[in-house]
Write a protein of this length. Structure first.
Lengths: 508, 498
């Protein structure tokens, strides 16, 4: 052995002792064709050459569009096409998959459908989510109900079970929570709020709630507990993407008071509502055309740009279901008065692939939904939570971050101007509060930017004339989107899709 | 130079004794029966030293280089002996063979040391002084170590690191000798390189030796830890105290060899004997092969499928001598198919049907394990049972965790299976509960397998009687979306431990 070999050996031994270097984090922005989408705003789109005829055209393959198609097909009507700009159907319910798990890119759960959500129940029966009825109550397949433990909250340096702050709260806080609950129960008893929201009570005092914010509502009821305010604000940011100071009291109370079945139980899948998208996509495969951007909608025809072929076609139709976000009417239709009333909240959603679960520290064990008190984010959902495995080594966390600043327009600019690295830093800084070791665990972070993630139910919008205007057909065009309900939830999107499909069917 | 060599005598004498002490301590620690192992190891070691002394006559030229080489070999073989024994213990059948082989090799090499040193020194001292001084230092070294070893080295450094440390001392003697005689040696640099290479190896062993054994853990267990390993799935610990061997998974006791037959006979035989000629058996969990041992007592059994998550577990219990004696080599049965998979996932993906399923999972101590006690799981299990089939389910203690126990019973019932709850007394666990789940009504068998130590036709009816303090209580059903059982279990065992 020469001296050099010896030194090399020594160096090897020393290197072996110093531990592994920290791995770098991979990832990128994914999804949403901002470039193609922005063609709509003054971009150059080739003039249509050919012409086709399809009896019914559905614009947009989100939940509303897919549901319209589902309802048409279910009723034996097959002469329709669903045109989708993106490469994949699903809209806000799209999902991804990596070597660890499938995971959601947006909507990730559905509460047990209310009695009024007739069509959701019908869909669930068809998909085997509802396995039968016992004393009139639907029975759900166990694997699809969110497993216990469902929620936990990181507060004052500790995880607690459930999202209602319990740690470090005073009697005053608890009193306020109780009074708030009583108020909500009062509305429930009156059946003030329903899902679909269309069936909600039209009593004047209730509709008046749409004229103030939910924050002001709390204050006017002398509910001042900071914990309650955090909780209500969290709920608004979670469901509406808005600060509670921008949400109407009607919408805010609807969130708490509209569930007339087991309030806490939700249905979920590893890929979130993407599971339903997959099922609907299968059923409607022959009707869906992706990479098809509709850029003009007239009374009996639409112009459609083929993203792949880079050519445009005019499609003549008897009936058109406008199932993309309602604001697009501004760019697609000649007349769209009132559409400016539809305002949208931007969101950032990230999926983090982890080599191992975060360490179990003080307090409640990891749940499905993990929320951090006083964070700008909504925390994260564990994609592998519904796995039946006893031992799950790796996981995917879906991190939700609504941009809730006062002006959606400037927030949208922030969303698009912030680079990937900066977002990653923000996410990791936030998550390192409960999980100091998070940087060592993360292997990949993909980020989806939703410029117009969901409509904002700000005061005056929900029961204002502009929204209602768009729920009625415009000649041969019928709008269909959860926007028409004033807030973005699965049940509303499906309801609006089905209503438009019924309008098509009624005509025959 | 003379004193330098005499100090070497002191050092090598202490090293020689340390290897012997470590071999003896380790053998009695891992295998028990300290008198037998200590005396046979001392005997073998002394005899091997005799062989070494005898062989020394064949060493003629290059006395010094030979001596240095021998020091390096003693350092390497002796210094790593404890680490190797620990590593080998878990998986090699021939632990004792390796043990004695090590003792013979080290003993022979050590036996060569003193005669060679005497010859190196023979021209430098008169014969009477030579013998007197060398042997004095030899015995002094032995005394020093025999005091240091039990009082300081073993408790502070642990066996593995002590062993490496003395290996390093052997090498330092070699280094020193090399430099003392550098003028008389032909290839000094090559010899030095060898010394340094061995030194690096042993130092590495010393630095990392701690990871091999976790003596820190011993303080948690009252008995000697003879095996410990963190697998991706759990922390596996085997302890031994005299002839009582215990297995702990994540520090929960799984069995004690003193009374495990009570548990495993009770788990298997009541259900087994209720069936006529069971042929296909499924065991979920139970990677220790102990339930399997009971199952294999029935000649009618044609095939057994054992599904255990952790390959380390089934490997350990099918290779380690101590544990194979316990499960009577069951994991090597030709009737057995071992599958290392997640039981829930495996049941979902597989469509085999069985006459008997033994469900021997750890208690529902967390939400992950709790899934294995839900309606969804039992529905799936029922699909794998033949129309006459049954399952025997370990169901925690009906005395300490009464609600938990009856919650499992109720959950099985609400999954459409008939239940026959029963319990037995296992001293190391206390009162323990099981449930037989079946598609047809179960009746207590009238005939029993001969040769059992615990279950018998006379005893059986008593198993199914529950005294008032553990009689049935009403509970919720355990679903995936409520995990009631984990919550019951937590609160009940929390009370017991207070």
């Amino acid at each position: 052995m020469t001296r050099r070999e010896l030194l090399a050996l020594g160096a090897g031994v020393i290197a072996g002792c110093t531990g592994k270097p920290r791995q770098s984090i991979n990832g990128s922005f994914v999804g949403a064709s901002h470039d193609v989408g922005h063609l709509l705003r003054g971009g150059k789109i080739p003039t249509p050459v050919g012409e086709r005829r399809i009896p019914v055209v559905i614009v947009g393959a989100g939940i509303a569009g897919l549901s319209a198609g589902w309802y048409l097909a279910r009723n034996g009507f097959r002469d329709f096409e669903i045109l989708e700009l993106e490469d994949e159907a699903g809209g806000n319910s799209r999902f991804g998959e990596n070597r660890v798990s499938a995971y959601p890119w947006g909507a990730h759960y559905i509460p047990l459908p209310t009695k009024e959500s007739r069509f959701v129940r019908e869909l669930f029966e068809e998909l085997g989510v509802i396995t039968g009825y016992l004393n009139g109550e639907p029975q759900y397949k166990d694997e699809y109900l969110c497993f216990d433990p469902q929620e936990r909250l990181y507060i004052h340096g500790r995880w607690q079970e459930g999202l209602v702050p319990a740690l470090g709260t005073s009697d005053r806080d608890r009193e306020d929570f109780e009074r708030f609950r009583d108020i909500v129960d009062g509305y429930k008893a009156r059946r003030a709020f329903t899902i679909p929201m269309q069936f909600s009570s039209q009593d004047n005092d209730l509709l008046q709630l749409d004229s103030i914010t939910i924050r002001d509502f709390l204050s006017s009821h002398d509910l001042n507990s900071p914990a309650l305010h955090w909780y209500v604000n969290y709920a608004c940011r979670d469901d509406y993407g808005c600060d509670y100071g921008d949400v109407s009291a009607w919408a805010g109370l609807h969130y708490f008071g509209s569930r007339n079945v087991d309030e806490n139980a939700v249905l979920t899948w590893p890929e979130g509502n993407g599971w339903i998208v997959s099922r609907l996509r299968e059923k409607l495969a022959s009707h869906i055309r992706t990479g098809s951007m509709v850029f003009r909608v007239r009374d009996s025809e639409v112009d459609c740009y083929d993203v792949q072929e880079k050519t445009s076609t005019t499609i003549r139709a008897d009936r058109i279901i406008f199932a993309c976000p309602t604001f697009l009417a501004k760019y697609l239709m000649e007349k769209s008065e009132g559409v400016d009333a539809f305002e949208y909240a931007p969101w950032m959603v990230a999926n983090l692939e982890l080599d191992a679960f975060p360490q179990q520290r003080a307090g409640a064990p990891i749940a499905w939904d993990n929320v951090i008190y006083d964070s700008d984010s909504l925390g994260y959902v564990v994609a592998t939570h519904q796995s039946l495995r006893v031992h799950q080594p790796q996981t995917v966390l879906t991190y939700y971050y609504p941009l809730t600043g006062a002006s959606p327009r400037s927030e949208r600019e922030r969303l698009l101007d912030t680079d990937w690295q900066t977002w990653v830093e923000l996410i990791l800084t936030d998550l390192s509060r409960p999980h100091p070791e998070i940087r060592e665990l993360v292997r990949n972070i993909d980020i989806m930017r939703w410029g117009h993630a969901m409509v904002r139910p700000r005061p005056g919008f929900t029961w204002g004339e502009d929204r209602r205007l768009f729920t009625r057909p415009f000649g041969r065009v019928h709008f269909a989107h959860s926007d028409l309900s004033g807030f973005s939830i699965f049940e509303e999107a499906q309801y609006r899709g089905v209503i438009a499909a019924q309008w098509v069917l009624a005509d025959r | 130079m003379v004193y330098a060599l005499l100090i070497s005598v002191f050092v090598i004498a202490s090293c020689g004794l340390v290897y012997e002490l470590i071999a003896g301590t380790l053998a009695s620690y891992l295998l028990g029966d300290s008198v037998t192992y200590f005396s046979t190891i001392i005997g073998t070691y002394l005899f091997a030293m005799g062989i070494g002394s005898y062989l020394s006559r064949y060493i003629g030229k290059g006395l010094i280089v030979r001596f240095i080489r021998i020091e390096l070999m003693v350092g390497l073989v002796g210094g790593s002996s404890a680490a190797i024994l620990f590593l080998v213990f878990a998986y090699l059948e021939s632990f004792r063979l390796i043990l004695y082989a090590q003792v013979v090799i080290v003993g022979t090499l050590v036996g060569l040391e003193i005669p060679l040193l005497l010859r190196i020194l023979k021209d430098k001292l008169q014969f009477k002084d030579l013998v007197s001084q060398v042997l004095t230092f030899d015995y002094l070294g032995a005394l020093a170590v025999s005091l240091l070893f039990p009082l300081i080295l073993a408790p502070r450094l642990g066996l593995v690191r002590t062993c490496f440390m003395f290996g390093i001392l052997n090498v330092l003697v070699a280094v020193w000798t090399t430099s003392l005689f550098r003028d008389q040696i032909a290839r000094v640099s090559s010899l030095r390189a060898q010394c340094i290479a061995v030194l690096i190896l042993l130092t590495g062993g010393f630095a990392y030796g701690e990871r091999l054994t976790t003596f820190a853990e011993e303080s948690l267990y009252t008995d000697d830890v003879v095996f410990s390993r963190s697998t991706p799935y759990q922390r596996l610990i085997v302890t031994r105290w005299k002839d009582d061997i215990r297995l702990f998974l994540n520090s929960h006791l799984q069995f004690s060899s003193k009374d495990e037959y009570r548990y495993h006979e009770a788990l298997v035989h009541p259900a087994m004997q209720g069936l006529t000629q069971p042929r296909r058996v499924l065991i979920l969990g139970g990677g220790d092969g102990l339930a399997l041992r009971e199952v294999l007592k029935y000649p009618s059994v044609e095939s057994v499928t054992l599904v255990d998550l952790d390959p380390e577990m089934t490997r350990l219990f099918s290779s380690n001598e101590l544990l194979r004696n316990l499960n009577e080599n069951s994991l090597r049965s030709p009737k057995l198919k071992t599958i290392n998979a997640d039981a829930f996932v495996w049941l979902g993906e597989n469509s085999d049907v069985f006459d008997l399923a033994i469900v021997d999972f750890p208690d529902p101590t967390n939400y992950a394990l709790g899934k294995l006690y839900t309606t969804t799981f039992y529905h799936l299990l029922a699909r794998h049972l033949s129309p006459d089939g049954a399952a025997a389910i370990q169901s925690t203690s009906p005395l300490y965790a009464r609600k938990s126990y009856w919650c499992i019973v109720k959950t099985v019932e609400s999954s459409g299976l008939l239940t026959s709850p029963y319990h037995v007394y296992v001293p190391s666990f206390g009162e323990w509960g099981f449930v037989i789940a079946s598609k047809r009504p179960y009746s207590i068998p009238q005939v029993s397998l001969p040769g059992l130590k615990f279950v018998s036709t006379e005893q059986l009816p008593g198993f199914f009687q529950f005294p008032a303090d553990m009689s049935r209580v009403d509970t919720e059903v355990n679903h995936l979306n409520n995990q009631t059982l984990v919550r019951y279990y937590e609160s009940e065992w929390h009370e017991v431990s207070q």
